[in-house]
Design a protein around this ligand. Structure first.
Ligand code: 5GP
Length: 192
C-alpha cells in the first residue's frame, strides 16, 4: 500500500535490533485518516469473506483494529495480557513472547466473546517472528472459530512470522512488507 510505505519512508525510524519505530503515526500518536485508508484496503482485500469479528491484541493493535472494524461493521475483541490467570474456565488462555519486551505474557479472551460460529479476521500493527499472531490463532482454535485471515499493517519480511503464518495455510495480507532495513543508514527497502 503506497500511502503506508510513503509514510514509513518519511516518518519511520530504524532502530538497532530490527525495530522500526513508527510511534509518530501508528502506535503512540495515531494518524486516524491513515488508519481509515488501511481499513478500506483490508475491506477490499478481504471482500467476500464472511468476517463477523475482528481479533487483535493489546495494546498497539487496538487502535488500528477499531478503525478497520468500521469498514466491516463488526465488533472488535482484543486479547488481554493478564498478570494473573483466573483459571475458572471462563477464559481461553495462551502464552505469547513479546518481540519488543522479550517477556512471555499470558494472554486471555473471555469464552463468551469467541465461539464456533465466529469467522475471525486477525488484525495487528506488526508481524515480526509471528508470536503474537500465533497466539491469537491458538485462542481462535481453542474456541473452534474459523480464521478467515490475518491483516497486518507492517510485516518485516526478513523475519520468520510471515512464513510461519502462510505455512499454516492461513491467508495473510500485509499492507507494507519490509524486505530489509538498516539502522546505520536508515534505509528501508520494501517488497514490491
Ligand atoms: P511478533 O510477535 O510477530 O514477533 O511481533 C509482533 C508484535 O511485536 C507486534 O504486536 C508489535 O507490537 C511488536 N513489534 C514487532 N516488531 C516491531 C517493530 O519493528 N516496531 C514496533 N514498533 N513494534 C514491533
Amino acid at each position: 500500500m503506497e500511502l503506508l510505505e510513503e509514510r514509513i519512508r518519511r516518518d519511520g525510524v530504524v532502530k538497532p535490533g530490527n525495530v522500526l519505530k513508527v510511534d509518530s503515526f501508528l502506535n503512540h500518536q495515531m494518524d486516524v485518516d491513515l488508519f481509515n485508508e488501511m481499513g478500506k484496503e483490508f475491506k477490499r482485500r478481504f471482500a467476500g469473506c464472511p468476517i463477523n469479528k475482528i481479533l487483535t491484541i493489546e495494546a498497539s493493535g487496538i487502535g488500528i483494529a477499531c478503525i478497520v472494524a468500521q469498514h466491516f461493521h463488526v465488533p472488535v475483541v482484543f486479547a488481554k495480557k493478564a498478570k494473573s490467570i483466573n483459571l475458572d474456565g471462563e477464559m481461553y488462555c495462551t502464552k505469547i513472547q513479546s518481540f519488543t519486551h522479550k517477556k512471555i505474557y499470558d494472554v486471555i479472551v473471555a469464552k463468551k466473546f469467541l465461539s464456533p460460529e465466529d469467522h475471525i479476521l486477525i488484525i495487528d500493527d506488526f508481524l515480526a517472528n509471528g508470536c503474537a499472531v500465533d497466539g491469537l490463532i491458538d485462542l481462535i482454535r481453542s474456541a473452534g472459530a474459523v480464521i478467515e485471515g490475518v491483516g497486518i499493517a507492517v510485516e518485516k519480511g526478513f523475519q520468520r512470522g510471515g512464513d510461519i503464518i502462510r505455512n499454516k495455510g492461513i491467508r495473510l495480507e500485509s499492507l507494507a512488507i519490509i524486505e530489509s532495513m538498516d539502522d546505520q543508514t536508515g534505509e528501508i527497502v520494501f517488497r514490491s
